[in-house]
Design a protein around this ligand. Structure first.
Ligand SMILES: [Zn+2]
Length: 378
């Protein structure tokens, strides 16, 4: 039997153990916004890695949950695994909707995004240890607590770690049908404040400068920047303005989301948004914000890693497609630094961030085997 098939068989015989650990993980609430909860989950993740003999460090955080760094193996170079421990579900959600299994699918808060991914990473390394297979690179698994809210406290740690790595493997959920993600759009976030002048809408209409009228022009302009063929979208998702129907609106603010596929597109569009000019010269506009996550571009570095994963998959009888998404992850940061990054290596399932979220249980050993095999090949 080939080495790769040995890995797959070994993991398939441990599917029940994987599901058991997944149940434990899912039934602990870990919203990004509740430090005590994420910290509790982090201790458990740390203990799991420790039980494998990994060198584990807890990276304490003041405001957000603590991050967990686990290092295993030896070698000059590093392979960085990225997992986030936080979910979008509030405290109490797991009591309402605990982990359950039905028709080969596992359900529960954060099961797909991305607690199954953490289980798979742990079992991938455990399998290499069990089978006496040693990658020639060190493995560093970084688990952050704040990915769902923009990785504010972990970005620097992720980037520092990535600079030392020869490849980054992201255990975020797969795309439809298990496809791996070779690109993600970059994400920009802007707040546009429009200042006009208030006046009585009946007696002093002409004295007023309507911030809402000005906002209407700006919204059409902003949405007009969208270029679907280029993969660029601008969405004004929030409007706040005005006070009374009989008052000319003095102020209006717009919340704007930008998505771009390439840095070239970002460099073109971000200044356009920052330099909004009022149509009514008496009004004034100020814009705050910028690109939060740079795009993870579909470049040759990332594609090479994808082709390597495809090759490992073929050796295990697993077909792997390539996909991309408009949503960002921590892979955006590492790819933008020029480090080969492959995303979507986590669970196969669907409905992230929705109560119907699930994973396919039979895919867990396969995905863990793919990860283990990939770590040996990189
Ligand atoms: Zn995620």
């Amino acid at each position: 039997m080939t080495e790769k098939m040995k890995i797959l068989n070994h993991l398939q015989s441990r599917e029940d153990e994987m599901v058991e650990l997944l149940e434990t993980f899912v039934n602990i609430d870990s919203p990004s916004t509740d430090k005590a909860s994420v910290d509790r989950f982090a201790r458990l993740v740390a203990a799991k890695w420790q039980s494998l003999g990994a060198d584990v460090t807890i990276l304490p955080q003041k405001e957000y949950g603590d991050h967990v760094r686990a290092e295993w193996g030896t070698g000059e170079e590093t392979i960085l695994l990225l997992c986030h421990m936080d979910t979008v579900w509030n405290v109490g959600e797991t009591a309402k909707r605990p982990f359950r299994v039905e028709n080969g699918k596992a359900y529960g808060p954060g099961v797909y995004d991305m607690k199954a991914g953490i289980v798979q990473a742990i079992f991938a390394v455990k399998t290499l240890i069990d089978l006496g297979l040693q990658p020639d690179k060190r493995i560093v698994a970084l688990h952050n607590s704040d990915e769902e809210i923009g990785s504010l406290s972990s970005r620097q740690i992720i980037e520092d770690e990535a600079r030392r790595a020869s490849a980054v493997l992201v255990l975020e959920p797969s795309a439809k049908g298990g496809a791996l993600k070779t690109w993600r759009k970059g994400v920009g976030d802007f707040s546009v404040t429009i200042q006009g002048r208030a006046a009585h809408a009946g007696s002093d209409y002409e004295k007023g400068i309507s911030a809402i009228n000005e906002a209407a022009h700006q919204i059409l302009y902003l949405h007009g920047i969208t270029d679907l063929a280029e993969g660029t979208t601008v969405n004004v998702g929030v409007i706040q303005g005005g006070t009374r129907t009989n008052v000319v609106a003095e102020a209006c603010t717009l919340g704007v989301d930008l998505r771009v596929k390439t840095m070239d597109a970002a460099n073109k569009v971000v200044p356009q948004i920052l330099d909004l000019k009022p149509v009514d010269p008496r009004a004034s506009i100020s814009v705050e914000g910028g690109l939060n996550r740079p795009p993870m571009e579909r470049n040759e570095r990332n594609l090479r890693l994808f082709r390597l994963a495809q090759k490992v998959g073929r050796e295990m009888g697993i077909d792997l497609d390539e996909a991309g998404t408009g949503g960002g992850s921590d892979g955006n940061f590492t790819s933008a630094l020029g480090i080969p990054t492959l995303d979507g290596l986590g669970a196969v399932g669907d409905d992230a961030h929705a109560p119907t979220e699930y994973i396919l249980i039979s895919s867990m050993p396969e995905r863990a085997a793919l990860l283990a095999g990939l770590m040996l090949e990189i």
